[in-house]
Design a protein around this ligand. Structure first.
Ligand code: SAM
Length: 276
């Protein structure tokens, strides 16, 4: 493992921070999801210290993970058998969710991150619960050809997940990403994503986070003020689920930096929708 390129710098480092949050949640008796593999990624790399606001976001990462778990469960229960995790990072849903028979899941991420993930999963002899394929690609480039080469079929309805990516890309890259996703989405496809608005970026609590992200080469580059309208422009009918509703549903505290009573109009959007 010592010679393995580790995602400790650059944008892929952020995947490790999410894995840390999931590993911590997995240890709770009242956990909102299981993720036994998350700790193995963290152990291989070593714990990364996060800024205080990053720790505050931990509760958001947990609610968001459960929200997207539930989205994928219902998207596949409704008959979709093709799933794409866009910027999958150290997401282990292929291994930890119960997928309907015949589900094919594709994970796209940068080559270095994928190499690290595959190596750790190999050491753990982890077995996916669906057919899993990995695609090594930069999502700012022309990745659809790689996805199709990996076996993706654009004629089949797909459930897309874009979790924890869009803020790291430029707005123009996000537009072409959604353009490409749309071009691969048969009628009846579903989408879920996370993004932030400018007021969230501007929160005083986030200053230390921005500083740390900048130092590791993982600065945020874009926001969206109306994600529902943005998705509508790309052919999706979508809605936002507020963290307050998720916290109430799962009997957890409202994550501080997503509580409108505290952060006013700052938002980390959790969005899901369908293509008619
Ligand atoms: N979606 C995963 C999750 O929630 O566990 C990972 C989220 S992590 C915050 C961001 C991920 O985006 C990293 O795995 C990183 O490698 C990936 N990423 C960032 N920019 C990318 C790009 N241009 N192309 C492909 N992947 C990218």
């Amino acid at each position: 493992m010592t010679t393995l390129q580790q995602p400790t710098t650059g944008v892929s480092r952020t995947a490790v921070i999410i894995a840390q949050a999931r590993a911590e949640e997995h240890r709770r008796p009242d956990r909102l999801f299981d993720d036994p593999l998350a700790q193995h990624f963290v152990d291989t790399i070593g714990w990364i210290q996060v800024a205080q606001a990053g720790r505050m976001n931990q509760e958001h990462f947990v609610l968001r993970t459960r929200f997207f778990d539930d989205y994928l469960r219902s998207a596949t229960a409704a008959g979709r058998r093709q799933v794409v995790l866009v910027a999958a990072g150290l997401d282990t849903r292929a291994y930890r969710l119960d997928w309907p028979d015949g589900t094919e899941l594709f994970e796209i991420d940068l080559p270095g991150l994928v190499a690290f993930k595959q190596a750790v999963l190999g050491v753990q002899r982890a077995e996916p619960r669906c057919r899993r394929s990995v695609v090594r690609a930069d999502l700012r480039d022309d990745w659809p050809a790689d996805l199709i080469a990996a076996g993706f079929d654009p004629a089949r309805p797909t459930a897309w997940l874009i979790e924890g990516l869009l803020m790291y890309l430029e707005r123009a890259d996000n537009d072409s990403l959604l353009e490409r996703v749309g071009g691969l989405s048969a009628p009846g496809s579903a989408i879920a994503l996370e993004h932030i608005n400018q007021a969230y970026v501007d929160l005083p609590e986030m200053r230390a986070v921005h500083e740390r992200l900048k130092n590791v080469g993982a600065s945020w580059h874009s926001t969206v003020e109306d994600p529902v309208a943005w998705l509508a422009g790309h052919g999706w009918t979508a809605s936002v689920t507020p963290q307050t509703a998720l916290a109430q549903r799962h009997r957890r505290p409202v994550p501080r930096l997503t509580d409108p009573a505290i952060v006013d109009d700052a938002r980390m959007w959790l969005v899901s929708g369908e293509r008619p």
